[in-house]
Design a protein around this ligand. Sequence first.
Ligand SMILES: [Ca+2]
Ligand SMILES: [Ca+2]
Length: 342
Amino acid sequence: MGDLSKRDFTGMFCLRTVVPLAVDKHIEDQNMVPVRHRRIPRMIPFLIMCGLACLPSYAQYSSGTGTPEDPYQIATAQDLVDLGNDPNDYDKYFILTADIDLSGYTFKQAVVASDTAPNIWGFQGTVFSGSFDGNNHKISNLTVAGGAYLALFGMVASQGKVSNLGIVDVNVVGTGKAHENIGGLIGANSGSVVNCYSTGSITGEGSVGGLVGSNGGRIITSNSTNSVTGMKYVGGLVGFNRGNLTTSYSTGVVKGIDDVGGLVGANNLLGNIRSSFWDRETSDRVTSAGGMGLTTVEMQDIDSFLNAGWDFMEETRNGTEDIWWILGGQDYPRLWWEPNEP
Ligand SMILES: [Ca+2]
Ligand SMILES: [Ca+2]
């Protein structure tokens, strides 16, 4: 739908620029009229074809060229859908320039970098290897109900990065065969997740996590309040971890059968989990494959996190990036731009 509307627009744009040109030349240079009239009609289809051929390099998304200096600007739900529909752009740079509400959309697979053969084991499709900067905005009401690798991003490559993004009121349900690698933000991550959070509900079978289903990359300064339900490798933040997880937490209720944990369901020999926490009470989980379980009171006490090196606003001992803030005694730590709404 998005491509069609853009192509229609591009075609109109070409016609509008070409037709006045013909009129102007007609008025300015009447001696040349017979020649111009023969040549210009032939040019019109040619110019329209040029416009269509050039479509991927401009007139795409709300603005930008996809470079680090001039990232594609994602300002609408349609921009996001367009990104998902164009794997050629998965290695480009993107920035969110507005909050996006996906109410009214139901996705059968991840919005970006989806598994195109959900009934075949493993990932088939194009992995996201670009950079998506949420720019401290949120994407709300994402609903995904389908097979495997379900989240906003199905799979992110080692050079990929997702940052500064909230996924709010997300609802992901893995159904059918092999509904594995299910999360709020990323199904299977090998890249970097920095300053992200997620709220909502995640359900799947294997490797199910509030933020990331399966992590082989790096997750830092992120959190999830998602409720998480699965069978095996089920965790409040990450279902299965073989990567780095640092300075993050989760609070959502976690339900499962095998390898179920408050923060992480399973952590293999490559996995490294540091300075991270989960709420033992709200998660209904006293164990996790990594991290430290705290009471709700402890989870809302700044000292629990300062002692683990977290960089808060209004303190310099742990750094001056000022990643976190907290309404002590009332709420959990939040990213400095994250609202303290439930
Ligand atoms: Ca598959
Ligand atoms: Ca600080």
